[in-house]
Write a protein that binds this ligand. Sequence first.
Ligand code: NAX
Ligand code: K
Length: 498
Amino acid sequence: MRYAHEVDKVRTAERALMARLPEGTLMRRAAAGLAAVCARLLSSGREVGLGVYGAPIVLLVGSGDNGGDALYAGAGLARRGARVTAILAGAKTHEGGLAALRAVGGRAVPATDEAGAAAEIDRADLIVDGMLGIGGRGGLREPYASLAVRAADSGAVVVACDLPSGIDASTGQVDGPAVQADVTVTFGTYKPGLLVDPGARHAGVVELVDIGLGPYLPDPDVCAPRGDDVAAWLPRPTHESDKYRRGVVGVLAGGEAFTGAAVLAVGGAVHGGAGMVRFASSEHPVELVRQRWPEAVTTVIGDSLDQVGRVQAWVAGPGLGTDERAEALLAQVLATDLPVLVDADGLTILSRRRDLLWRTPPTLLTPHAGELARLLGTDAAEVEARRLEHVRRAAEELNATVLLKGSTTVIAEAERPVRVNPTGTPWLATAGTGDVLSGLTGTLLAGGLPAIDAAAAGAYLHGLAGRLSADPNGAGAAPISAYDVVDALPAAFRTLSA
Ligand SMILES: NC(=O)C1=CN([C@@H]2O[C@H](COP(=O)(O)OP(=O)(O)OC[C@H]3O[C@@H](n4cnc5c(N)ncnc54)[C@H](O)[C@@H]3O)[C@@H](O)[C@H]2O)[C@@H](O)CC1
Ligand SMILES: [K+]
């Protein structure tokens, strides 16, 4: 698990640690870690290949301690023979850091010398972004904004110090231009903005440098599971397993108007490892599901689920429609004492029937930004801009575990750290993939996983299956269909048992 803390918690922990250490120790630790990553990138061949000696390096230096880190790291690289130039962009500059850089032959150019600064940036092999760290607030002011754009256009490897300047450390919000990093070297703990889009898209590969903060940090605000976490949550069939022990999932999906969603949701459930899938719908979708998934047990229903048989969790909503009958069926599912995942049309019904959510057993909602906006009475652009805030609010107000789909999928449950999904690909943004996710995740609920683990594991496997189907051998990506994602689920599971 990668753990992330918001700015106020990082600052409190840093103060506690700093009180026990000689002055400047933390900055030296941070700078040493940053310099080591830069040296590795310069020497790795794949990135730049010329080594540290003689390499032209530019430091973009702001007025705070983030600039101090960059200057001390630059001094370390200059000591190893790099040609280091600091572009001083703040109203003031960290004095100790600047003196250290100058003492080993590094140069400094004021950002007000625009032509000089631009020429240095264009010549650089590697640029260290030390403009803003956790002290950054709001959009980048000048000259930072222009420097961020110039760095992005330069072709140099860009390494962000602590976080890319222009992204909000605690939320990942980006307001205007921001540094686009190839690598971010972050100190002490991850920051939520490095894991959640749009910030995460600016961070590149994130490397954590241990500065000794661990014992002083409280519980994380956000965490991102890794493959081994997901593997540990997944139920594994044993010799004693039968279909009931592995989990029977009920899927209430599809109607006369929409049939594809039902076929895809059942596909996600079948390949998600269900002991048995019970599919309940009207005649036409039942016929199609039977043809494509003969292993599913189907029931043609009218207004009641009484004939469906025993299940251990329900998936309700994909293609279900939003009329009175759909509402009555959803109400029956939510009146059971079983875990229920609600998606798609089910969510539309809930936005006018929030009372259905006042239940005790686990409820998992899987909206995209538009659906969540409707549930919360706001608009989708607001949700997209502040995903963490909205998913947390939804979990609290709706009495449910909430998985917000999107470029980074985030999952919230009251009083727990938000889980951020690290897998996925932009190619997954295609019709029907959400139905696959709900079938898969509902199956994990039926297998006995707590809602938050089912959601995190479902999102992880779904994102991985998307990647594997879009780019199966790393030779380049191609468009995928939702069916491809269903087909790639076994391969995604296999990566976890390797
Ligand atoms: N506190 C500590 O113990 C440690 C801090 N470290 C570094 O210190 C950083 C935090 O340093 P600071 O608190 O000095 O903060 P920053 O260096 O992030 O920046 C603060 C300065 O930026 C200005 N600023 C804020 N938003 C701006 C915007 N949108 N456009 C232009 N200017 C803006 C502020 O007026 C302030 O002068 C961390 O990110 C990390 O890099 C590390 O050295 C590790 C130890
Ligand atoms: K930075």
